[in-house]
Design a protein around this ligand. Structure first.
Ligand code: GLN
Length: 290
């Protein structure tokens, strides 16, 4: 073999299904050789092709152009480095609807759907309830409540202007009527509410789990201390902003159930109790002001 035919150490070797000049590849070959989880790869390829995942399953031999192959491989490389699929796609499903997300907001999570379900139960039997979502992020909680209960008046607050921009765009795209305010917890508010909900930054700064979440805004995940300080501030201030009979629903971390029940009881809440998420983990504390 002469030097002219030896692969140069700098040049990347052609990948499976792709000639050195970048030829057409099949969807199946691309997914199989992606180097990442096949289901995630299918989502990324569907995004590149502007197709449905189901279409790729139905037509695995579907050809992908060299440009599509290059874009797909770039997304797979970013995924392999740890970037969440939701940020790569710019969207995540929550309570059956698609929300746009970028790196200024936390990715909506299935455990937060439990908070939404509990909030909807609290609103049952109350006409036109006034609802407040603290630290709204992508707006997924406030917007879902507004859409599930069109009679409700929903306010949503966030301290981050870039997060509020994402939330406002989501509300517009989903035709939800939500009043967005910028500020820290209750600061920009007047008036009282029948329901206050919050999914605040509750992860302790020393939690090893934070490392896996490095792409998400740190200030949306942790208070930089033991994870309790925002929960404390919200529970202490909420009674002043609740109507008689009004409820507070706080999402919290896997090991904070007991502490948050105690906190809410000592802040003046009655019938304080904890709901578990679908994984059976204590996740949402509910209390009422009578
Ligand atoms: N539930 C998220 C997680 O642990 C944290 C969300 C939050 O801090 N509010 O991944």
């Amino acid at each position: 073999m002469t030097a002219a035919f030896a692969p140069s150490p700098q040049a990347p070797l052609p990948q499976a299904g792709e000639g050195s000049s970048g030829s057409i590849a099949s969807a199946r070959d691309l997914i199989e050789s992606s180097g990442i989880d096949a289901s995630e790869a299918r989502s990324l390829l569907a995004f590149v092709l502007d197709a449905k995942r189901e279409a790729l399953i139905a037509r695995p031999q579907q050809p992908v152009t060299p440009d599509g192959v290059a874009r797909f491989r770039d997304l797979c490389a970013r995924r392999a480095r740890g970037e969440p699929v939701a940020y790569l796609l710019g969207q995540r499903e929550f309570f059956g609807r698609l929300f746009r997300v970028d790196r200024s907001v936390l990715i909506p999570r299935p455990e937060t759907e439990c908070l939404v379900e509990a909030a909807l139960r609290q609103m049952q039997g109350i006409f036109a309830p006034r609802v407040l979502d603290l630290g709204t992020g992508s707006g997924c909680i406030a917007i879902t409540l507004a859409l599930e209960r069109p009679d409700a008046q929903v306010w949503a607050i966030d301290v981050s202007r870039s997060a509020l921009e994402v939330a406002r765009r989501n509300a517009a795209a989903l035709s939800a009527s939500v009043a967005f305010l910028c500020g820290c917890w209750f600061a920009p508010l007047r008036g009282r509410f029948e329901l206050i909900v919050a999914n605040p930054p509750y992860v302790a700064s020393g939690d090893p789990h934070l490392e896996e979440l490095s792409y998400e805004p740190r200030e949306a995940l942790t208070d930089g201390a033991d994870g309790m300080s925002n929960l404390v501030q919200i529970a202490r201030d909420a009674p002043k902003h609740l109507a008689t009979g009004g409820a507070l629903l706080l999402e919290h971390g896997y090991n904070q159930g007991r502490a948050v029940r105690k906190l809410m009881a000592s802040s003046g809440f009655d019938s304080t109790h904890t709901l578990q998420d679908l994984a059976g983990i204590e996740r949402v504390c509910v209390g009422r002001i009578n």
